[in-house]
Structures are given as structure tokens and as C-alpha cells.
Ligand binder design. Structure first.
Ligand code: ARG
Length: 468
């Protein structure tokens, strides 16, 4: 039963006359979601307009009433955008706030908007519309980030950088290859969001409170107006499913994992110990006490903010695990988690894109030099012998011995004379020096997906093609 006249200006009685007295002010505050679900207002208005059109099309309300509702809702949109519509806590949530304002604008017609609908299917619809739009924006941001990584990779195909395992120097690689690894992670993030989009893009509208409705609604028509790809088959599932939100938080968490790993690398690359990269002034900060400091606050914040996104994923899983069907007020708690995760991911993607576009200067001389002062070409000596028929394990053991004696004598592999090499194994010839030169070491790893320059060029071409 819809509420009757006198209560429209009575904030304490948003719902029916079953209630005799007003809500305790602290409880009203506790119950209200308007403080955060105002974020959904544009989607709430769009969803309500579709619902009103559907009510008119099915004859549940008249055409004229339908038009009045749609126009009134549009007016609220303009008022909101102009900063003139700022509902307070007495409105409880964005849905009540809009309905109340609509009634002020259109009179009794406004009271018909909620026919054949519940806030339960309404809020589910709003949240999906919101997320759908955010997913598209985040995908766009991922594309920009990928473009920046790709540009940088193209500039650094022949810049060498130590490759690590266990954070120990392992084998030299192309800097482009390193950057392209992050391109690939972002590519998966982009694809994953596209897949999740399919499951976000399903309409619960018309599920009613939980069981459907007695009115002859047309769910397909409303869904079509809102450009949903499909409809929930089951009304109980429709109002209480939040799988799509959990999937999104999972994808958001993975984006943050990738950004955080890259951040960690930038942080140590920028340290004096590594000195692989210099931070430009536009993307670095100073210390309030140590005048010499230049700090990598951007990647540090990204690494730090990763935790809160993981927290939202965990929070949402716990929120859902004990909920009986169908709607429970617990579900109101999904919003702040989603909104914060969206804002955090978006802010981090933007900051990292700027950092990689204009905030870093790779110290190429230092990088190229770094790889010629270590034993990261040791595998190549073993490969050299193995290519000449020496069993790899025999070669491996032999080279281990050489490295050990070099370390004792404070020498590098390139410092050994040909006689010393040949004493070790007669298969060594003059070309060993070329084989262990860093550029050759990198170039030689030409297997598909490897760091060899030809492969890196192929990867760049493939990346360009995938960016479209
Ligand atoms: N603000 C509520 C939420 O976010 C809207 C749905 C309220 N439904 C209800 N049955 N109390 O979930």
C-alpha cells in the first residue's frame, strides 16, 4: 500500500502508516545510505525513466503520466547537476530522495513511479548501471596505460637491463621486454573486465521485492531501454545476487597487483643503490627535513592503496557468505566498497600512466653498463658448450667452477684469456667473447616470447595490433 497524503513532508515517515512513531534520530542516521549512494543518482534517474516508460507502455499508467514522470526525473537530473538538489539524511537513500522530489514536482503522479517495483530491484539495477559505466572507463584507462608502456618499450628495445630471479642478477634482458610484460598484464586486465561486463550487464529490474509482481510488466522492454544484455531468470537471484560486484572487485584487485608490482620495481630502480631510473620533478616529492631527498611517492601510494582494494574484495565475500535469500539490508554495505575500489583503481591507473608517460628517465648508460659487470652471461657459456655437443649438465658444472674461480680472483668471464678457456674445455674458440657480450646474450634469446631483439620487435607489433 502506498503511503497517504500528510506524510509527504514528514521525514520520519518515509514508509507506510503501519508505523506510529518516528525513527530515533541516531537510528535514522545509522540506517541512511544517502551519504554515499547519492553516487548512484544519475543511474537511479535513468533506471526510473525506463521503469516509467515501461509502466506507460504496458498501460499500468497512462501515456501522459509516463511522460510527466520522465520529464520530472529529467528535471531532477538538471537540478542535481546544477547543485540544486542535495538531499539530506531524512531522505534515507537516493531512491526515496528522488521519489520525494518527483512528487514535489509532479504531484500525485510522482507517487505512481514505484508501482510494480521495489527498492530491491531498483538498487540492483542502479548498481549494475553504475558498474557498467565504470568498467568501460577503466578499460579506457587501461588502454592509455598500455599505450604509454608500448611507447616507452619502442624507445628501449636496445636498452639492456639486468633480469632477475630471486632479486639476484639472472640474465640480461631488453628493457622493452620488461615493460612489455606489464603491457601483457594490463591486456589480461582489459580482457577480464570485458568478460565481467557481460555478467554485470544483466537486468534485475522487475524482480520486485523478491517474488516478481502482480502487474503485467514488460521486463524485456525495460531491459532493452537500459541496454542490458539479458535479464535475471529468477527474481530471488535478481534482487540478491552480488556475484558481479565480487567479480569486479577481483578484477580490480588484480589490476592493483600489477600496478603494485610495477611500483615496487620503480621504487627500487629509483634508489641510489640501483640508480636505473631518475624521477622527474613533476612526479616526485621532497622531504620536509632532508633537503637532498626526492621520493617516489606515486608508486609508494599505489603500492599502499592496493591493500584497501584487496580489503574490499575480502569484505564483500564475507558480506555475502551468510546471507539467506533474498534481499537483506546487509547488501547496502556493498556500495562503499565498490565506490572506493573504483575510485582507487582509477586514481592509481591515472597516476601510473602519468608517471610512465613523463615522470621517469631511464639511465640508459648506467643500465647498459650494469649488465656488463656481472655473471649474468654465465648461462650463455654453458649454452655455448652445449651447442657444441657437450651435455648441458656437464657444461653447467664446468661454468660453475669458472665463476667460482673468477670470484676468487675478482675477475669477470670476459677477462679470461682464450688459453684459460681452452684449458677448461678444448671446444672454446675465439667466438666465445662475442657469445658472452651482453648485446649478443640478449639478441640470442630469440625463442618465441623471449627477450631477443627480433622477438621484442615481434611483441611490439603484436601489442600494437591488439591495441587496434
Ligand atoms: N539503500 C538500500 C540499499 O542500498 C536500498 C534498498 C532498500 N531495501 C529495503 N528492503 N530496505 O540496499
Amino acid at each position: 500500500m502506498s503511503s497517504q497524503p500528510s506524510e509527504s513532508s514528514q521525514p520520519s515517515q518515509t514508509w507506510s502508516q503501519r508505523f506510529e512513531s518516528a525513527l530515533h534520530p541516531a537510528i535514522a542516521q545509522f540506517n541512511a545510505s544517502i551519504g554515499f549512494d547519492i553516487e548512484l543518482i544519475e543511474y537511479d534517474l535513468t533506471g526510473s525513466q525506463a521503469h516509467a516508460k515501461m509502466l506507460a507502455k504496458t498501460g499500468i499508467i497512462s501515456e501522459a503520466e509516463g511522460e510527466q514522470l520522465v520529464t520530472g526525473l529529467e528535471q531532477i537530473r538538471q537540478e542535481y547537476r546544477a547543485g540544486q538538489f542535495q538531499p539530506g539524511v531524512d531522505a534515507e537513500d537516493v531512491h526515496f530522495a528522488v521519489e520525494r522530489r518527483l512528487t514535489e514536482i509532479t504531484g500525485d503522479v510522482g507517487k505512481k513511479l514505484h508501482t510494480a517495483r521495489s527498492r530491491n530491484d531498483q538498487v540492483g539495477t542502479d548498481t549494475r548501471l553504475y558498474l557498467r559505466s565504470q568498467i568501460q572507463d577503466i578499460q579506457q584507462q587501461l588502454r592509455e596505460f598500455q599505450t604509454v608502456l608500448l611507447d616507452l618499450a619502442q624507445q628501449h628495445v636496445r636498452t639492456l637491463i639486468p633480469g632477475y630471479t630471486h632479486l639476484q642478477r639472472a640474465q640480461p634482458i631488453s628493457l622493452a621486454h620488461h615493460l612489455l610484460a606489464y603491457f601483457e598484464m594490463a591486456q589480461r586486465d582489459w580482457t577480464r573486465l570485458g568478460e565481467i561486463y557481460q555478467r554485470v550487464n544483466v537486468s534485475p529490474l522487475g524482480s520486485g521485492a523478491l517474488a516478481g509482481t502482480t502487474f503485467p510488466i514488460d521486463r524485456h522492454y525495460a531491459a532493452e531501454l537500459l541496454e542490458f544484455g539479458g535479464l535475471y531468470e529468477n527474481s530471488l537471484d535478481g534482487v540478491s545476487d552480488r556475484d558481479f560486484a565480487i567479480e569486479f572487485l577481483c578484477a580490480a584487485s588484480l589490476i592493483m597487483v600489477h600496478l603494485s608490482r610495477l611500483s615496487e620495481e620503480v621504487i627500487f630502480w629509483a634508489s641510489q643503490e640501483f640508480s636505473f631510473v631518475a624521477l622527474k620533478d613533476s612526479c616526485a616529492t621532497g622531504s620536509s627535513i632532508m633537503p637532498q631527498k626526492k621520493n617516489p611517492d606515486v608508486p609508494e601510494l599505489v603500492r599502499g592503496k592496493t591493500g584497501r582494494v584487496f580489503g574490499h574484495l575480502q569484505g564483500m565475500l564475507v558480506l555475502m557468505k551468510g546471507l539467506p535469500l533474498a534481499y537483506n539490508k546487509d547488501l547496502q554495505e556493498d556500495k562503499e566498497a565498490l565506490f572506493d575500489a573504483v575510485k582507487t583503481v582509477r586514481a592509481c591507473l591515472e597516476a601510473m600512466t602519468i608517471l610512465f608517460r613523463e615522470g621517469l628517465e631511464f639511465k640508459t648508460t648506467r643500465l647498459n653498463q650494469a649488465v656488463s659487470e656481472d655473471f649474468s652471461n654465465a648461462t650463455d657459456v654453458a649454452d655455448y658448450l652445449a651447442a657444441k655437443g657437450v651435455p648441458f649438465r656437464v657444461a653447467y658444472n664446468l661454468v660453475g667452477k669458472v665463476v667460482r674461480s673468477c670470484l676468487a680472483e675478482n675477475k669477470l668471464l670476459k677477462d679470461l684469456s682464450l688459453t684459460e678457456w681452452q684449458e677448461l674445455h678444448p671446444a672454446f674458440e675465439e667466438d666465445i667473447y662475442e657469445a658472452i657480450a651482453p648485446v649478443q646474450v640478449v639478441a640470442a634469446r630469440n625463442s618465441f616470447g623471449g627477450t631477443g631483439f627480433e622477438q621484442v620487435e615481434r611483441a611490439i607489433a603484436s601489442a600494437k595490433q591488439r591495441l587496434g
